[in-house]
Structures are given as structure tokens and as C-alpha cells.
Design a protein around this ligand. Structure first.
Ligand code: FES
Length: 358
């Protein structure tokens, strides 16, 4: 494809006071973003608890390239290209599953969980070919991957900094999500919420730090939750459930929204602090949680962890965490005007189910 954009042209599209619409609608810019941003960045794939046993796998997309994330025999997690060395078919089609041997869906070439080619149907027909003479070359190549406290990321570039350096100050969101667990451990809840948005990936990412939209876009849920809360509060001693209070947090006024603090980090990451929190001090399950947390960390450290009020924390370009809600969102661009959003939820290990449900 002909490239109409040089660096100067791209730079001219973004000004301090406005952004040219081509940044959001031009397929050529989109292709450049995939090549130059997503293919050179650390892309969040999953949490290690999603692959507890040998052979557990899920399939993913890294900058437009299909990939397999799999738990190997030695219990490490490997990220492999999901393209068969024979004729390039996807080896695995399912979004997740478990397999000791990866069997290509097209002609049945079989690979190990480390990507090594194990067997080929009708092997005799390959006598004196490169497949026979150079078999080690015919494999599913491994993609560079690293874990930060159980969160698995992959990067197609070997020139990118180490994951921990890349995440930089934004790491504290992942630390905080884990440290909110009284036992310092979290695990993914099975399943996820996935939706295709008919917009550019940057619209979604930027919206996560847009404090001016909730009063308008979330108007219907604000009104519905207000009505429910009013009705519940008519009964003495009853407090509205957390979910309703969270919807009401979107009703905070412009002044409060303007006071939200957004911090930007190197490599494009950012977080937002100061969003209104629900009042759950009277909830017995929350008090139980608080006691457990203080017992684990001590009064002072526990308060420091729980008072860190991070709202949406964006790991540029394709992920966003909410430490308090134990959520991780993956933002996966499909086309200039189509984006998949996948939300996974976590639970604290070692606490009663009632606390996790809240
Ligand atoms: S493409 Fe995989 S076995 Fe032929």
C-alpha cells in the first residue's frame, strides 16, 4: 500500500487544541498504527490463572497476527504464532481450550506446546525435501513474552524495553489490584465480556479518561439507579447495593469531574484518580474484608493500599485496568472503525465468596 503520510504530515494532524478527524477515520493511518504502535508495544494477553494446567491455552491477536498462549509441560507460559508452518492455516481456531498436542485444523501437522513440529501425515512424501532435511525450521515460532506479577504481555519487537520498564509508573495499578487482596493473590473469574464497537480504538481508549461524558451518556442508568436507591433508603437500616452506588458515581457534577487527576507516564500510559467511591463502610462483608486486609498488611500499609483511588489506568495502546473493580480490559483494533473490547474480572484468593461477589 502506498504511504501518503510522512512523519511531518502525521505530526501536523495533532495540535494542542484539536485533532484532525483523519486520525480516527483514515484506514492508512490505522495500518500505520498497527505496524508502528501495536507491533512494537507490549500487548496484554491474559492472566496466568487463566491457564492453570499443562496444555491450557487461549488464542489472541497481537498487532493483527494470530497467537496462541499456552501452559507448557515445564509450567512456563509460551506465546506462539498461530500460523502453521505448512501452508499458513491457523493451527487453533477456538478462543480457549486444553491440548497436549496442537493439531493443525487443515492437514493435521502436529506441534508441541513449545511450538516444535512433532509429526506430519504421510511423512514419506516429504523425503529429500527441506521439511525432512531442516525439520527444526518448521515450527510455530515463539513470540517474545513476559509476565508482570502474573499479567502476561507479548511484544513482536525485540527492540522494545523490558516489560517492567515499559509499564513504568503505571505498574502501580497492577500492584494495587493484587495488594488489595488480603492474601496478595488474585485469579481470573472464568469467562469474559466481549463486544465489538463500531468506532476507532482511540475513541474507546480516550473515553476512559473523559470526565465530561458520564452525566450525559450514562443519564439513563443514573436515573434508574437513583430511583432504586430512593426506594431502598425508605426502609430504615437498609443500604443500597454497591452496583447502584457505582452507577450513581457517574452523577458527580462538572466541578468534581474537573478535579479528577490524570497522570501521564512514559510510553503513553496514564491513570485517573479521584473518582467518587461508594460508601460501603456499614456493609458487614466489607468490614470482614477490611479486618482481613489489616491483619495481613498492618493498619498503615493497609490504609495506603486501599486509599489509592485509581479509576481507569490505561496501558498504552491496548489495555486498561480498574484496580478497585478488579477488571482488565483489552482494546483490540479490527479495522479503522471496528474495535473489540474484552473485559475480564478477577477475584481475591482466600476470601469468602460473599466478599468477592460484592
Ligand atoms: S496448513 Fe497446517 S497442516 Fe497444512
Amino acid at each position: 500500500m502506498k504511504n501518503n503520510y510522512d512523519t511531518e504530515h502525521i505530526r501536523s494532524l495533532v495540535r494542542p487544541d484539536c485533532v484532525h478527524r483523519d486520525v480516527y477515520i483514515d484506514p492508512e493511518i490505522f495500518n500505520l498504527e498497527i505496524q508502528r504502535i501495536f507491533a512494537r508495544s507490549w500487548n496484554y494477553l491474559c492472566h496466568e490463572s487463566q491457564l492453570p494446567d499443562t496444555g491450557d491455552y487461549l488464542t489472541a491477536d497481537i498487532a493483527g497476527n494470530p497467537a496462541i498462549v499456552i501452559r507448557h509441560d515445564d509450567h512456563t507460559i509460551k506465546v506462539l504464532h498461530n500460523r502453521c508452518a505448512h501452508r499458513g492455516a491457523k493451527v487453533l481456531e477456538n478462543t480457549q481450550g486444553s491440548a497436549r498436542v496442537l493439531n493443525c485444523i487443515y492437514h493435521g501437522w502436529r506441534y508441541g506446546a513449545d511450538g516444535e513440529l512433532l509429526s506430519i501425515p504421510c511423512r514419506d512424501n516429504y523425503r529429500n525435501t527441506d521439511v525432512e532435511n531442516n525439520q527444526a525450521h518448521y515450527r510455530l515460532p515463539e513470540i517474545r513474552s513476559e509476565s508482570y506479577r502474573g499479567f502476561i504481555f507479548a511484544n513482536r519487537s525485540h527492540h522494545a524495553p523490558a516489560l517492567s520498564d515499559y509499564l513504568g509508573g503505571a505498574r502501580r495499578a497492577l500492584d494495587n489490584m493484587i495488594d488489595r487482596s488480603p492474601e496478595g493473590q488474585i485469579e481470573a473469574v472464568r469467562g469474559s465480556f466481549r463486544a465489538v464497537y463500531l468506532n476507532n480504538w482511540k475513541i474507546y481508549l480516550e473515553n476512559l479518561h473523559d470526565g465530561m461524558h458520564p452525566l450525559h451518556v450514562h443519564q439513563s442508568s443514573i436515573a434508574a439507579s437513583r430511583a432504586q436507591i430512593d426506594s431502598i433508603e425508605k426502609t430504615p437500616g437498609k443500604t443500597p447495593p454497591l452496583a447502584l452506588q457505582l452507577m450513581q458515581a457517574n452523577a458527580q457534577g462538572y466541578r468534581e469531574m474537573e478535579e479528577l487527576e490524570v497522570t501521564c507516564y512514559e510510553h503513553g500510559h496514564s491513570d485517573m484518580r479521584g473518582f467518587r467511591n461508594p460508601d460501603n463502610a456499614a456493609d458487614p462483608a466489607y468490614r470482614d474484608y477490611l479486618d482481613r486486609h489489616r491483619a495481613s498488611y498492618g493498619e498503615e500499609k493497609s490504609a495506603a493500599i486501599l486509599n489509592m483511588n485509581l479509576h481507569n489506568v490505561n496501558f498504552y495502546p491496548g489495555a486498561s485496568a480498574h484496580p478497585r473493580f478488579l477488571q482488565m480490559r483489552v482494546i483490540r483494533p479490527l479495522a479503522v472503525d471496528r474495535t473489540v473490547i474484552e473485559i475480564s474480572v478477577f477475584r481475591w484468593k482466600g476470601v469468602p465468596e460473599e466478599i468477592n461477589r460484592k
